[in-house]
Design a protein around this ligand. Structure first.
Ligand code: NAD
Length: 304
């Protein structure tokens, strides 16, 4: 298939590479020339604009930061929809809210095109290995058409429902994942300040209801090493939580935990950590309390 790909960042770059490796012809566009060059070196064609990507493609994937970027790239002047081949499909894999997603899909439909929403779960490492979790929304016959392209990027595909339901799933998922991670940083910092070791807390929490994947999978790789190189950037996590909070408010509900998490992330951005990995939240708590949440090398004690 002739596939286009727009947004070749931390996630989109390796995902586009996997589409290419899947045997599809690929035309790419990004505002960052370095990101385009990496794909062109691997065999993709560079386009001069989103419109030119559309003109060269039956299916165009977008992997962009926020709804406003997706809307401009897809429906704006010189956008994908102004060039896309007849009956073409846009797969938006960015993390955007379901209301924006449905609005963009309606704009495409009015021009005779289709949209599938397929935001992704897991991490940039899974983007490289083509093992992302895909949360898919849209019309089933259109999803079936684009499935060979989706399969290049993910190994677990969930059909979430109609248009925008993939984005509804992703918004819900990220609110939970990010609030858990933020709560972890507070609890661990309080524990270390009180005199507990990281090893003891990890050993105990593994056996209790506070066990969570952020604590045992994500944080040991970066936060507990003091590594906040991106990864998943604070500004993107903040955007995700803000979208979830706004969705809740549109439903007439005030999400108190989500709003507190959003405030924590906004404070991290104000402190200059917007482009750092969310592991920076741990560093901020460490600095506030004058402690380090790191392995001590001392195993936790257990009763015989
Ligand atoms: P990123 O900032 O690394 O990449 C975004 C890319 O889009 C950049 O290369 C940028 O130059 C390009 N871009 C921005 N505006 C553009 C425009 N108008 N035209 C063309 N290119 C444009 O971000 P990322 O980490 O790859 O995330 C992309 C999306 O995936 C976000 O919505 C994010 O929330 C989501 N996501 C990220 C992760 C992660 O771990 N990083 C995981 C799951 C989902």
């Amino acid at each position: 298939m002739d596939v286009g790909f727009i947004g070749l960042g931390v996630m989109g770059g390796p995902m586009a590479l996997n589409v290419l490796k899947g045997g599809h012809s690929l035309t790419v566009f990004d505002l960052n020339p370095g990101a385009v060059k990496r794909l062109v070196d691997a065999g993709a064609k560079a386009a001069a604009s989103p419109r030119d990507v559309g003109a060269a493609s039956d299916i165009v994937v977008t992997m962009l930061p926020e709804p406003k970027h997706v809307e401009a790239v897809v429906l704006g002047e010189g956008g994908v929809a102004s060039g896309l081949r007849p009956n073409g499909v846009v797969i938006d894999m960015s993390t955007i809210d379901p209301i924006s997603s449905q609005r963009i899909a309606a704009g495409l439909k009015a021009r005779g095109f289709h949209m599938v929403d397929s935001p992704v779960g897991k991490t940039s490492e899974h983007a490289v290995t083509g093992t992302l979790t895909l949360m898919v929304g849209g019309e089933s016959e259109i999803i079936a058409r684009v499935k060979p392209v989706l399969d290049c990027m993910g190994n677990e595909t969930f059909l979430c429902g109609g248009q925008g339901m993939g984005h509804a799933m992703k918004t819900t998922n990220n609110l939970l994942a990010t609030t858990i991670m933020t709560a972890n940083t507070e609890a661990l910092a309080i524990g270390v300040k009180a005199g507990l070791t990281l090893e003891l807390m990890m050993d105990v929490m593994k056996t209790t209801m506070s066990n969570n994947a952020q604590l045992y999978v994500a944080m040991p790789k970066k936060a507990f090493k003091g590594d906040d190189s991106p990864g998943f950037m604070v500004k993107l996590a903040c955007k995700d939580v803000r979208q979830a909070v706004e969705l809740a408010r549109a439903q007439g509900f005030e999400p108190l935990v989500g709003a507190a998490c959003q405030k924590t992330l906004e404070e991290a951005i104000d402190k200059g950590f917007g482009d750092r990995d969310t592991a920076a939240l741990m560093r901020i708590r460490e600095d506030q309390l004058g402690i380090k949440v790191r392995e001590t090398g001392v195993a936790a004690g257990r009763a015989a």
